[in-house]
Write a protein that binds this ligand. Structure first.
Ligand SMILES: *Cc1c(COP(=O)(O)O)cnc(C)c1O
Length: 417
């Protein structure tokens, strides 16, 4: 079978107690991934690689990490059967993996707790991170406060102005927020600046990357730390349904919540893995962030993957109503899952996501993040293709309080934040 050959191998259980497929080899997922970095960073990235290899296989590290996930983040998160929505749509039984119920309101807490723990073990006293709208910045500042680490966040000037509430949140949590004024003054420039800062002060500093992107070992670290989502989901759906779901669906920005839930099911070949990417105002406009649908292979932010590019191969400006999906690339593991045929990636527009956001609120009483609403929108589209004997597991990556004002504006209503 195609997939079997391409993935050459079976599941191995290693580290962190999560499922890790050995299609990952020395920082590559097929042709994707790698370490495209300036030479000055190579020693440091190799140090991180070695440290991570060591700790991820250490039972004490994994126990400490699990304890944080359970006792601080509030895991395991629920797998909730959306009965009303399922009968209303008239097809598959729909289950939501409720990452929105975690402390700080999204899946991001899983990764930052793991990486800050790793930073402490490596003897670092300071963490830095990029942030777009501020979600990852707030999560990192939260974990840094918990661990007593110094914390500095790099955020585009544009985003600072648009997201002043999150800037204040980070400051409340004890972090310093630095404005990035290069390039388009948004997320991709914040990543560049955080990398530069990491080069400047690597001795005491760990870079807490926020998604399953960047040079190896970051995509693997983030996927491992998020794979708790898939591991729990698989166990929960087997308990509830006695069989595996027909498909697992998640939204994809850089791809951390998606790879986290997919990792639980990658070797279950009957389970379709579906990623919903942001089509913004439509994939035939220039205002989208649909990397797999419209992008080309390239090298950026230290990795080979798919990226939205212009006709000269420059990284294209991207757009989505959802700040968390507004990134011009996608993690290398997703590019591999796509090219190998194991994963499916579909575009979802702003309009479809907003309608799904409203539908979920009315139907199930859940106000989800606008990012997650992209996964919900695709679920609404395909639910009828399945029978009530089949189930769909959908990752609700976050809660939607942060998005309410923007959705109101999208619908032409004025509300005060
Ligand atoms: C940041 C964020 C995302 C997108 O990031 P991924 O790395 O693709 O998961 C999705 N949902 C929420 C709620 C987020 O905060």
């Amino acid at each position: 079978m195609k997939i079997k050959n391409k993935l050459h191998g079976t599941l191995v259980q290693k580290g962190i107690g999560h499922i890790n497929m050995n299609y990952e080899s020395r920082g590559r997922f097929g042709e994707f991934g790698g370490q495209y970095l300036p030479e000055t960073l190579m020693n440091e990235i190799h140090d991180l690689e070695k440290a991570y290899e060591h700790y991820k296989n250490l039972p004490e590290f994994n126990e400490e990490f699990m304890k944080l996930l359970n006792e601080y983040a509030g895991r395991p998160s629920l797998l909730y059967y959306a009965k009303k929505m399922s009968s209303n749509l008239g097809g598959a039984k729909i289950y939501f993996k409720r990452e929105d119920l975690n402390h700080t309101g999204s899946h991001k807490i899983n990764n930052v707790l793991g990486q800050c723990l790793l930073a402490v073990k490596m003897g670092k006293t300071r963490v830095i991170a990029e942030t777009g709208a501020g979600q990852h910045g707030v999560a990192t500042a939260t974990a840094a406060a918990l661990f007593g680490l110094q914390c500095e966040i790099f955020m585009g000037q544009e985003d600072i102005e648009r997201q002043s509430l999150n800037v204040y949140r980070m400051e409340l949590l004890g972090a310093k927020v630095n404005a990035v004024t290069s390039g388009t003054k948004t997320l991709k420039d914040a990543v560049n600046e955080t990398m530069r800062e990491w080069c400047r002060r690597i001795d005491d500093t760990h870079y807490v990357l926020g998604s399953a992107v960047g040079p190896h070992p970051f995509p693997s670290i983030v996927a491992d730390m998020q794979s708790v989502i898939g591991k729990e989901s698989r166990k929960q759906i087997l308990e509830l349904e006695g069989k595996l779901p027909a498909a697992v669906i998640a939204c994809v920005g850089g791809g951390s919540n998606a790879i986290g839930i997919f990792r639980g099911f990658t070797d279950d070949k009957g389970v379709r893995l579906i990623g919903a990417e942001a089509a913004g105002k439509g994939v035939d406009t220039l205002q989208h962030a649909a990397t797999i649908t419209k992008g080309e292979k390239g090298i950026f932010h230290g990795m080979k993957s798919y990226f939205c590019q212009d006709e000269n191969g420059m990284i294209a400006p991207v757009y989505s109503i959802s700040a968390g999906l507004d990134y011009p690339g996608i993690g290398p593991e997703h590019s591999f899952l796509h090219d190998s045929g194991r994963g499916e990636y579909v575009p979802v527009t702003d309009e479809e996501a907003v309608s799904a956001f409203e539908y979920l609120a009315r139907t199930e009483g859940i106000i989800c993040a606008i990012e997650s609403a992209h996964a919900v929108a695709h679920t609404i589209k395909i639910a009828k293709e399945f029978s009530p004997e089949e189930s769909l597991v959908v990752c609700l990556s976050g809660r939607g309080d942060k998005d309410v004002a923007a959705i109101a504006r999208f619908r032409g209503r004025n509300v005060y934040e």
